[in-house]
Design a binder for this molecule. Structure first.
Ligand SMILES: [Ca+2]
Ligand SMILES: [Ca+2]
Length: 235
């Protein structure tokens, strides 16, 4: 049950929202949808948003052998060449899933995924954080993973398929131990990707090459001393 502006409504199947994570939204043919991952139930619940802001559950996708939604903790909608997709990070499955979006059932159709064990270079162990950059020549997905202490970069094509283009592991020269990728921003003609350090005393700011999507270190922002410096000189 929830209270909103004096009204009360009951979620039709509230169990699937246990452990609700970072949600996202997309507009499909003029209709707005919200996608809510559930870490506890390894699922994504889909809502249609009414003109008055009401949320109507229209479906949900539960984990199966075809998906890697174990520990579904965050979701990020994005577009590639006019096609709409949803990335979902599975913390327990160490993976990122790509679903094609539609405004009618089944709403979500898995088209590709990357799993940590697929590639020894992947930084997908405990995949949790998602960011996207829709560049002039391609769309790129950044997946941060605190257990792997880094992030992986993928190019996403117009059919939703992924290819790995870069893996960035933490070191004494980076502040990306937590792999907390956040949405890139543009400034004075450059594209920047901030990555939070988690259990470090700072964060790293990367430059994104608009053509390739590759991230290169621009600078570290860190404190000389802090909570974590006492145990690890690299922090
Ligand atoms: Ca790994
Ligand atoms: Ca570090």
């Amino acid at each position: 049950m929830a209270n909103l502006a004096g009204s009360t409504f009951a979620e039709a199947d509230s169990a699937i929202l246990s452990g609700a994570g970072l949600a996202t939204s997309a507009v499909l043919n003029g209709e707005t949808f919200v996608y809510v991952p559930s870490e506890v139930f390894a699922s994504v619940t889909i809502y249609a948003v009414g003109n008055d802001g009401t949320m109507t559950q229209v479906g949900n996708v539960n984990d199966s052998t075809a998906t890697s939604l174990g520990g579904a903790i965050s979701a990020k909608a994005f577009e590639v060449a006019g096609n709409s997709f949803l990335a979902v990070a599975g913390y327990l499955d160490d993976a990122v899933n790509i679903f094609a979006l539609s405004d009618t059932a089944p709403y979500l159709t898995l088209v590709d995924r990357a799993i940590d064990t697929d590639n020894p270079g992947y930084e997908l162990d405990g995949a949790s954080h998602l960011a996207t950059y829709e560049g002039p020549s391609g769309t790129f997905l950044y997946v941060g993973s605190p257990l792997d202490q880094g992030f992986s970069v993928f190019e996403v094509f117009s059919d939703g398929s992924l290819i790995s283009i870069q893996n960035v592991a933490d070191s004494c020269f980076l502040e990306v131990h937590g792999g907390i990728v956040t949405q890139p921003f543009s400034h004075a003609g450059s594209i920047y990707l901030p990555v939070g350090g988690g259990s470090e005393n700072g964060f790293s700011l990367f430059l994104i090459d608009p053509a390739s999507g590759l991230a290169s270190l621009h600078l570290n922002v860190e404190t000389d001393a802090g909570f974590f410096a006492r145990s690890d000189p690299c922090n």
